[in-house]
Design a protein. Structure first.
Length: 434
């Protein structure tokens, strides 16, 4: 591993293989200074899933097609991997070799608990620490991001299984990256999928997170990263950049400091916020103080919580406008654009019902376009104008010839066809009644 590579730690709140994170991935690769770095997908977090190979393939295609980066799976799947051949000592040695020689290491979806159970006691933590110390980019998101801190949230066990709140021992790679204290990384920080119940803070909600904070040592603090947001730390320059759709929150015992996307600050300023020294944090770079940990979420428009559904809403409105304006080509374009958006999001490994909801709306728009086409989308005035104008001319000629009875019969026939005439000083005008 060449020490000439910059040392970069990037943490994504979600959307690691979504359109929203294409630019951040490309920028991280560009910062390595090598257009074709060896890139490795650390596939452990989802290694136990029956569709592990499918998730791997989707990630490979995403990086290849969208990021223009060839990435290879490490093959470090763990003891519960569906493919038994991946559990041999030789396969694990090969996986560690790939990891050690990679310039770009990415890990994302799955279960933090499973990942930790496989990585603890293995050479993986040491290899990642070495990469942060010697050079390379470590990009962790979602489930993998949860493992970075001194302690880790067992999301599924608490949120889905109903176990009492508790912490797991994390990899503590944040300390290896120069972060002080007992840092806890929480992605999906602004999650709002619950609707009627609180799913902020990676599905914990305020009540559970407060209870869990009380269980932490005095030097503990939370680094919260909103969905579709990335924190990029340059460990050489000791600078921090926040980008994406949300923000970064430093929380300590319920008190929060929020740094909006677009913020660039010194790592020392971030650590000052972690110590509760908000003055030093603001002095380094303007930050938004939050009275509560959910303040950033409260400021967002509802559509911003889901980039995909926000795009669906925008295109649905464009379709509505096109139909109202009888513009068939624009209505069709809105449908085709929506179809392309769904295809672009198909690589996203976050398993939600959003793609299904988007497809349901797509199908409804196709159905509505068919119904509109059956009734005719062209303005009927355009179709009737040649006939009506000729009949109006004929009526005028009959009136000029004083054939008033025949002229009135022409007018009455037009009225029967829902076409109303109005004689004005400038001539006769007509309207089609709905």
């Amino acid at each position: 591993m060449s020490s000439r590579l910059p040392r970069i730690l990037a943490i994504m709140g979600s959307g690691e293989t979504a359109p929203t994170m294409v630019t951040p991935h490309r920028e991280i690769v560009a910062r390595l200074g090598d257009p074709t770095p060896r890139a490795v997908l650390l596939d452990t977090p989802y290694g136990f899933q029956e569709n592990a190979s499918e998730i791997t393939q989707r990630a490979i295609e995403y990086f290849s097609h969208r990021v223009q980066l060839t990435i290879e799976p490490a093959g470090f799947l763990g003891p519960l991997a569906p493919d038994q051949t991946e559990r041999t000592p030789i396969a694990e040695a090969r996986a560690l070799s790939r990891l050690r020689t990679a310039g770009f290491v990415f890990a994302g979806p799955g279960s933090p608990s499973y990942a930790l159970s496989v990585w603890k006691g293995s050479p993986v933590p040491e290899a990642l620490s070495a990469k942060l110390a010697e050079g390379g980019a470590v990009v962790f998101s979602s489930a993998a991001a949860l493992t970075l801190g001194r302690f880790s949230v067992p999301v599924y066990e608490i949120y889905k299984v109903g176990q009492p709140v508790h912490w797991l021992d994390g990899l503590d790679l944040m300390k290896a990256a120069g972060f002080e204290g007992s840092c806890v990384v929480i992605p999906h920080y602004d999650n709002a999928e619950g609707g009627t119940h609180d799913t902020h803070f990676c599905y914990l909600g305020e009540r559970r997170l407060s209870a869990m904070e009380a269980m932490l040592p005095d030097d503990a603090w939370v680094l919260g990263i909103d969905e579709h947001t990335v924190l990029v730390v340059d460990l050489e320059a000791r600078t921090v950049v926040v980008s994406g759709r949300g923000g970064l929150t430093v929380r300590r015992r319920g008190a929060s400091q929020v740094f909006a996307a677009g913020q660039r600050l010194e790592l020392d300023a971030l650590l000052a916020a972690a110590r509760g020294d908000a003055t030093r944090a603001r002095a380094s770079e303007p930050a938004r103080a939050a009275a509560g940990a959910g303040a950033a979420e409260a400021e967002k428009a509802p559509g911003q919580r889901s980039p995909l559904l926000a795009e669906v809403a925008r295109l649905e409105q464009a379709f509505e406008s096109a139909i109202a304006g009888r513009k068939a080509s624009e209505a069709a374009e809105a449908i085709l654009t929506l179809d392309r958006a769904i295809a672009e999001w198909s690589a996203d490994t976050l398993q939600t019902d959003e793609p299904d909801r988007a497809r349901a709306i797509l199908y409804s728009l196709v159905q509505r376009l068919g119904e509109a086409a059956a009734g005719g989308l062209r303005d009927p005035r355009e179709l009737l104008a040649p006939l009506v104008e000729n009949l109006i001319t004929l009526r005028g000629e009959l009136r000029a010839a004083r054939a008033f009875e025949l002229a009135d019969r022409v007018r009455d026939r037009l009225i029967a066809a829902r076409i109303e005439l109005r004689d004005t000083p400038g001539g006769t005008v007509w309207e089609l009644r709905e």
